[in-house]
Design a protein around this ligand. Structure first.
Ligand SMILES: *[C@@H]1O[C@H](CO)[C@@H](O)[C@H](O)[C@H]1NC(C)=O
Ligand SMILES: *[C@@H]1O[C@H](CO)[C@@H](O)[C@H](O)[C@H]1NC(C)=O
Length: 367
């Protein structure tokens, strides 16, 4: 009798404790904010009248729900894996109707597939959230959070948050190199175009700082010339396309320089640059070492290298996504994304400037 009473009171107490810890706000997990293009869009474009969308199967085939979510991946994307690593729930797309109440405190994903640094990039996708609009939404987000927890708490949530921004690829692929003799390529030589992009990107980063961001991961472009789409359209031999590789090769070092300059001007390490090109080249140049059977052929697509057109329900689909570096003609598989996040977390200064995310997290937990 006595023991069964204490057993049942423990049952109640334990239930209260378990529920309590599940319902309590996650004090330790920091907010996470995401800006940029399809590499980091977690579904905003599903709410927009645009052709840049990943809302059809087999997108999401390896996502926990096995359904398309708007992520340009077979499963998780880079922000999801980063959230997992910092111990937070995945951030919801800013346009999701589910992003209300306490869920706002986890952060938000403002990214939109098809956008670039420049306003004219991705014009063919019609209605997408251009980067300045993403920043406006970030401001709107802060107003909404203020009405929940007050302005001071909101500011510290944002100041202590982690930010990821991924831009640049579309300014080449969906602008300068979109068509032969594009307006931008007639206006600028490649080196001048890169300098222009970097100066515009600098304004975007300065605005993020102005809006309260204090730890911002900035990724450069991947190896644009090596994606299956470019191999299919421009490569005869299956070698990475030289001109696009040259573009990424010019852009990434200047991005790192610009980020260093901004940090020096601010007097603290607000911006952390990730060399996405180098991270991807590791498994692209030696796929077998990473457990991939190929880094040239997309898992989902059609035509040479499965690189032509979009990934649709009618496309070729590989049975095992984990052995392909590319999921669709432009985007890495979840497994490839995991290698990228690993380098963001623990990479040497050959990959992360001025230091990797683990070092940043250790600094932040010490203060
Ligand atoms: C892009 O548009 C925003 C406003 O929508 C504007 O502030 C910015 O100057 C524009 N950038 C360029 C390079 O025209
Ligand atoms: C991360 O960066 C720090 C500082 O540059 C370095 O000492 C460390 O070896 C790197 N890796 C990990 C796992 O922290």
């Amino acid at each position: 009798m006595d023991s069964s009473f204490s057993f049942s009171s423990c049952m109640i107490l334990c239930l209260v404790l378990v529920l309590g810890s599940a319902l309590a706000p996650q004090a330790e997990a920091r907010a996470f904010f995401v800006f940029g293009d399809s590499l980091v869009d977690s579904g905003n474009n599903d709410y927009l009248a645009t052709t840049a969308r990943a809302d059809n199967p087999p997108y999401g085939i390896d996502y926990p729900t096995h359904r398309p979510t708007g992520r340009f991946s077979n499963g998780l994307n880079i922000p999801d894996i980063l959230s997992e690593q910092i111990g937070s729930e995945p951030t919801l797309p800013y346009l999701s109707p589910e992003l209300t109440g306490d869920r706002l405190l986890i952060g938000a994903n403002f990214a939109s597939a098809g956008v670039g640094i420049l306003n004219d990039t991705g014009f063919q996708f019609l209605n997408i959230i251009r980067i300045f609009k993403q920043l406006e939404y970030f401001q709107q987000y802060q107003t909404r959070v203020s009405s929940l927890i007050g302005p001071a708490e909101t500011q510290s949530l944002v100041n202590q948050g982690l930010v990821l921004i991924t831009l640049g690829g579309n300014d080449f692929v969906n602008n300068y190199y979109l068509v032969p003799f594009s307006a931008r390529s007639r206006q600028f030589s490649l080196p001048d175009y890169v300098r222009y992009l970097i100066s515009e990107y600098r304004k975007v980063l300065a605005k993020l700082y102005e809006l309260g961001a204090r730890r911002v991961l900035v990724t450069g472009t991947g190896p644009l010339g090596c994606v299956p789409a470019e191999l299919a359209m421009r490569s005869r031999t299956g070698e990475c396309v030289v001109e696009l590789q040259r573009a990424a090769g010019l852009f990434n070092p200047q991005l790192i320089q610009m980020v260093n300059g901004l940090n020096n001007q601010i007097g603290s390490t607000v911006f952390i640059a990730a060399n996405a090109q180098r991270m991807h080249m590791d498994f692209i140049s030696n796929p077998q070492a990473y457990g991939f059977v190929t880094s040239k052929i997309a898992c989902c697509g059609q035509g040479p290298y499965n690189g032509l057109g979009l990934c649709t329900p009618l496309s070729n689909l590989c049975p095992n996504r984990d052995i392909y570096a590319f999921w669709d003609p432009f985007h890495p598989s979840e497994r490839a994304n995991r290698f990228v996040v690993q380098q963001i977390l623990t990479g040497t200064t050959n990959y992360m400037y001025p230091m990797n995310l683990s070092a940043i997290l250790a600094l932040d937990s010490a203060t």
